[in-house]
Structure formats: C-alpha cells, structure tokens
Ligand binder design. Structure first.
Ligand code: C2E
Ligand code: CA
Ligand code: CA
Ligand code: CA
Length: 279
C-alpha cells in the first residue's frame, strides 16, 4: 500500500485509508479467487455423545491467498458481503459442499448431513431458493443431507418475509440450524415461529463452563428450554473434558469443537470417516 497515493495525497496515507486500500486490493483478489481455485472447504465433525457417532459436519470456507497464505473467513466473508461478491462465493460454497458430500456417499462412506453457513446478504437474495435447488440438482445430493446455518440476527428484520423464505427452502427438504445462539436477542418462544431444527449454543457460553456460573446457567437454560420445545441442540467450541462432562449432565449430547476435531481439509475428513463413524 506504500506505492498508493504517492506524495500528492498525504491525506490518503492515514491508517484508515491504507486499510481501505488494502481491503480494495483484497476485494479484487477475492474476485479472482474462485476462478483461480483458491477457495476450499474444511469440514468439522459434529458428534452425538450418546451414540459416540459423527452425526454431521459443518463446511467452513478457507481462502488460500497466493501472498497472504490462509485467510480467515472472518476476514473475507464480511468483505465479500460488503462488495456483493458473497453471491458468487456463497453459491460456490453451497455447490462445493453438496458435491463433496455426494462424492463421499458415492464412495460408500456413511451418509451425513453437511451444514453450510449462509450470510445475511445471501439469505436475502431473491433467488436463494433457486440457488440452493440448483446446487442440489447439479450435484445429485438428496436435500435431507443439506442443512443451512443462519444466525439469530437474520430472523429479526421482517419476520413474515423470513418465515416465507425459510418455508420455501424447507419445501426443498433441507433443514435449518440457528448459529451462534444466545448472542442475539430472540427468545425461544419467538424462535418457535421459525422452522428451525437445531440450535447451536455460541462458543462464548461454552468457553468458561463449568467454572463460570453465569455461562453455565445460560447454557443449561438454553438446553432445557430447547429440549422442552423439541429443538435439537449442538454446543459449539467444546475443547475440554470438563465442558463435555457439564454439557452431558445437562443432557446436551450434540457437540462440535476442537476436543473432537478441528475443521479438516476434505481429504483428512474423508480419512476420519473411513476409519469409522465414531470419534
Ligand atoms: P461459525 O459458523 O460460528 O463457525 C465456527 C467457528 O469456530 C469456525 O471458525 C471453527 O473453526 C471455530 N471452532 C470450531 N471448534 C472450535 C473450538 O473448539 N474452539 C474454538 N476456539 N474455535 C472453534 P472459522 O472456520 O474461522 O469460521 C469463522 C466464521 O466465518 C464462522 O463462524 C462463520 O460465521 C464464517 N464462515 C465460515 N465459512 C463460511 C461460509 O462458507 N459462508 C459464510 N457465510 N460464513 C462462513
Ligand atoms: Ca456456523
Ligand atoms: Ca457458530
Ligand atoms: Ca460465529
């Protein structure tokens, strides 16, 4: 970014503008990332402690940037949202997750549901139902093996419009999970209005259990209420045996986190599946 602006535009050398120019360079590189085959998906298993089995996997996007190395989705997804590139990237992620999942099934590996993250802007795309339907049709993946992860904040805007979009998608046969639960403002009774199968307890509530009494109480309350409403729960970010033990005593058996496995490149995830469905 040094070369940008030169001497004539001192004003532009403020840190904020350098950041903006770097973002611009990043955005233009992101534009080519798909064509250059720089995007990939990693997969993290979701485990049911009761059966000890892998019950699903979450697809997480990675960008192998030629200069910057692995770029976090926390950087490039928000950037893609700002620039509108999220439609292209989001469609690629959907198709790639479906393609990979179908390929694993065709190989004879135990069939699993793959969860794909939808960003707010992607969810609001007018043709989101057609895009999801197309990804399923093109790859031949049965819709029951696809789950879409949305966040609480996406439910807050226009409730009726959101329900109608979700209903359309559900008619395809896919399911929904609610990501980062507890960080927004919705109540569980309000949630009942949306066709959601699974709640994912945000990692921020899992991190300090069982030592932090407030977080432990919140996690326990989410689990109890979800269970009363017939909604499944997955705890995110499970890293320690103590967290696992606490969640288990609260009857939350759906778990995801480093304790079981980090998100893995597809080939490593396939190896994990080939070893058997249990972790
Ligand atoms: P998320 O959907 O909440 O995904 C979970 C994040 O927690 C992932 O970070 C995962 O690697 C990380 N994680 C999993 N287990 C543990 C654990 O035990 N401890 C800790 N500390 N972290 C754990 P990642 O892959 O960096 O993704 C960050 C965020 O980027 C995701 O948060 C999601 O919001 C977004 N994202 C990733 N891929 C996509 C995508 O394809 N599309 C969209 N729209 N967003 C994506
Ligand atoms: Ca997620
Ligand atoms: Ca999450
Ligand atoms: Ca998150």
């Amino acid at each position: 970014s040094q070369a940008l602006g030169g001497n004539s535009y001192q004003f532009y050398s403020s840190e904020m503008n350098i950041k903006a120019l770097e973002n611009l360079a990043m955005a233009s590189a992101l534009h080519d990332a798909i064509a250059r085959d720089e995007l990939e998906l990693h997969y993290q298993p979701q485990v049911d402690l009761a059966s000890g089995e892998i019950i699903g996997m979450e697809a997480l996007a990675r960008w192998r940037h030629p200069q910057h190395g692995m770029v976090s989705p926390m950087v490039f997804i928000p950037l893609a949202e700002e620039t509108g590139q999220i439609s292209l990237i989001g469609a690629w992620v959907l198709r790639e997750a479906c393609r990979q999942n179908k390929a694993w099934q065709d190989e004879g590996l135990p069939p699993l549901r793959v969860a794909v993250n939808l960003s707010a802007r992607q969810f609001c795309q007018r043709d989101i139902t057609a895009i999801v339907a197309q990804a399923l049709a093109d790859t031949g993946l049965e819709s029951r093996f696809l789950e879409l992860e949305i966040t609480e904040s996406m439910l807050m805007h226009d409730v009726n419009a959101t329900i109608s979009i979700m209903q359309q998608l559900k008619e395809l046969g896919i399911s929904f999970s609610l990501d980062d639960f507890g960080t927004g403002y919705s109540s569980l009774s309000y949630l009942k209005r949306f066709p959601i199968e699974t709640l994912k307890i945000d990692q921020s509530f899992v991190r300090d259990i069982p030592h932090d009494k407030d977080d432990s109480a919140i996690a326990a309350a989410i689990i109890a209420m979800a269970s009363a409403l017939g909604i499944k729960v997955i705890a995110e970010g499970v890293e320690t045996p103590e967290q696992l033990a606490f969640l288990n005593t609260q009857k939350c058996t759906g778990m995801q986190g480093y304790y079981f496995s980090k998100p893995l490149p597809s080939e490593e995830f396939a190896q994990l599946l080939r070893q058997g469905k249990t972790l």
